[in-house]
Design a protein around this ligand. Structure first.
Ligand code: R5P
Length: 260
């Protein structure tokens, strides 16, 4: 379902962004992320158990939920964070938190993605949060993915960007080599911390992330997924297949809502 620019303009107004006087204004990527996030939060109802996503797009959704709680427009929300970073953000906003042990079924999760294909399959995890995200979003009745239009791809892994894979630190190079051999010609590079010291990035779960750069399309995604997970040492990968129930895309021409 595409929402005309006029409705997007209304969304922009709600975000105190000046609506276009004539042709659409050029929005920054972050403004588009915010529009998609705010649209997704319209699905949130009082009393819900919410999966709180991670990343710059999901951050806007969590901020919005906190704002609506403060305004009294939402109540009795329980948040299940998908990362320590989101947990800290939610605590600062006063969003009550719990976990999957206490809430094994979640009403709604809102989270971003790195890639979205036409079948609503996703690549996630370029920020290192894929494992907890996949656990939380796999426990949801509804998973609304929020992206700006730059995330849309024809084929997962086809953007030349990485497919993140979470692996155990023990003999990680051995595991990385196994992954590389799985996909002919691919490169497998350890994700490093962004402090410039060249040390491996460590996930919230104490594992490493290797970025798998594919030289060609993966073909059958489920076959590729199963093959990756069969490698001992692999914990999880960033393909979220058949998990998103709705994808909200914010673009220069407006908002598009794609349902499964
Ligand atoms: O590990 C990170 C998560 O999967 C993010 O949801 C994903 O990378 C998208 O992040 P952003 O909204 O910042 O583009």
């Amino acid at each position: 379902m595409a929402i005309a620019w006029s409705e997007t303009a209304a969304s922009m107004e709600a975000l105190s962004l000046s609506p276009p006087m004539s042709p659409p204004v050029i929005l920054t990527q972050d403004e588009l992320k915010k529009i998609a996030a705010y649209k997704a939060v319209e699905f949130v109802e009082s009393g819900m158990v919410l999966g709180l996503g991670t990343g710059s797009t999901a951050k806007h959704a969590v901020d919005r939920i906190g704002e609506l709680l403060r305004q009294g427009k939402l109540s009795n929300i329980v948040g299940i964070p998908t990362s320590k970073k989101t947990q800290e953000q939610a605590v600062s906003l006063g969003i009550p938190l719990s976990d999957l042990d206490n809430y094994p079924t979640i009403d709604l999760a809102i989270d971003g993605a790195d890639e979205v294909d036409p079948h609503l399959n996703l690549v996630k995890g370029r920020g290192g949060s894929l494992l907890r995200e996949k656990m939380v979003e796999g426990a949801c009745k509804k998973f609304v993915c929020i992206v700006d239009e730059s995330k849309l791809v024809k084929h997962l892994g086809g953007s030349g960007l990485a497919l993140p894979v979470e692996i155990v630190p023990f003999c990680w190079k051995f595991t990385a080599n196994k992954l590389q051999k799985l996909f002919q010609g691919s490169d497998c590079v350890a994700k490093l911390r962004n402090d410039g010291e060249g040390k491996p990035f460590v996930t919230d779960n104490g594992n490493y992330i290797v970025d798998l750069y594919l030289k060609k399309e993966m073909g059958d995604l489920q076959v590729a997924s199963d093959a990756i997970l069969r490698i001992a040492g692999v914990v999880e990968h960033g393909m979220f297949l058949d998990m998103a129930t709705t994808v909200i895309v914010a673009g220069e021409l407006g908002i598009t809502i794609k349902d499964k």
